[in-house]
Write a protein that binds this ligand. Structure first.
Ligand code: KG4
Ligand code: ZN
Length: 337
């Protein structure tokens, strides 16, 4: 341990196409972060190619680690523990970060803390504001769309989730069908600010559960674009982006509203890459005002994949007694418990 009551955790994240290392003090204070993004590499393929992603993680991991320690002006001796994303994610990508973390923990004799990627996204919020319980975490990313109730730190209860595609995945596919580059989410979000809701699209899963469904909405957009093309009509991209985003966000806020009321929630946090959406931010703020609940949404740099959130979550995981040994394995799928 560093000074009394000071815990410096080095976090590593490599679950998808970002290689990232970060040092965070006491789960709340970012000391230094380095992110090597592979977006430009995968763009030409229209999405992340797992084998290529793992190869780049191998190339980047040592450089990113050294750069982070240099940026923080710290040595491994001053680090108290290593937090690692063990899953869920792309297995080949996860393994690179995991092996690096295990090696560091072994050589420097530091505790190894296993962090679930979604716990990381949730704890991105603790870098901005103290988490207050009970809270509702609205997890919206490229791989997840879930409503998680938390009664305390590291006490997660899943209320519901997507039955098929994740919302970010749906944003990316809609973007692709109208010719926008990967990742399409931010581009759709931007177009939606200037478009109008002119295209009629089905609101997914209007039921009494806390679940979501995005594959029907995705198919509806794809069919609409193909039909218009066959008729020789030009698609108005801005209006399609707005029409899609309004429906996608409405399906989130409807279920969030139900959870706030039924579970008597007072604090809501939004987590994951799609939390960067201006459209979602505005809709969530409106809902929070209407129901008089506190809302926290991390700044964009903490929304998309990064190791800062992993180091922050690692602190609370450590306090919860979650320490792993060298048998820790990567898991492409794993429940948040
Ligand atoms: O959390 P994240 O970086 O990776 C996963 O763990 O999945 O989320 C990436 C997703 C992508 O689908 C991307 O298109 C979406 O987040 N995204 C956005 C925005 N920024 C990123 N979606 C809508 N609006 C944005 N501004
Ligand atoms: Zn993520």
């Amino acid at each position: 341990m560093g000074k009394e009551n000071e815990m410096y955790i080095l976090g590593i994240e490599s679950s998808c196409d970002e290689t990232s290392v970060s040092i965070v003090k006491n789960g709340t204070e970012e000391i230094a972060t380095v992110i090597a993004s592979q977006i430009d590499i995968h763009k030409v393929f229209g999405g992340v190619v797992p084998e290529i992603a793992s190869r780049h993680h191998i190339k980047n991991i040592t450089i990113v680690l050294e750069e982070c320690l240099h940026k923080a002006n710290m040595t491994m001796e001053e680090i108290d523990a290593i937090a690692i994303t063990y899953g869920p994610g792309l297995i080949g990508s996860l393994l690179i970060g995991l092996e690096a973390a295990k090696t560091l923990a072994f050589i420097h004799n530091k505790p190894l803390i296993p962090v679930h990627h979604i716990a990381g996204h949730i704890y991105a919020n603790s870098l901005v504001k103290e988490l207050k319980f009970p809270l509702l975490a609205v997890v919206v990313s490229g791989g997840h769309t879930e409503l998680i109730e938390m009664s305390n730190h590291y006490k997660f209860k899943k209320l519901g989730g997507t039955l098929d595609d994740a919302i970010g995945e749906c944003y990316d596919k809609v973007a692709r069908v109208i010719g926008l580059e990967y990742p399409g989410g931010p581009k759709i979000d931007k177009l939606a600010t200037i478009g109008k809701k002119t295209y009629k699209l089905p609101v997914p899963l209007r039921d009494d559960s806390y679940n979501f469904s995005f594959s029907g909405l995705k198919s509806a957009v794809i069919n609409l674009v193909h039909n218009e093309e066959q008729r020789g009509n030009k698609i108005n991209k801005e209006n399609l982006a707005t029409s899609f985003q309004v429906v996608a966000i409405e399906s989130i806020t409807t279920k969030v509203k139900k959870a706030i009321i039924e579970k008597k929630i007072k604090n809501v946090i939004v987590a994951g890459g799609v939390a960067a959406s201006q459209g979602l931010k505005e809709a969530m703020q409106q809902l929070a005002n209407e129901l008089n609940v506190e809302l926290s949404i991390p700044p964009i740099k903490y929304c998309t994949d990064n190791a800062t959130m992993i180091a922050a979550a690692g602190y609370y995981a450590y306090l919860d007694g979650r320490i792993a040994d060298s048998t820790l394995n990567a898991k492409s799928q794993d429940k948040l418990i």
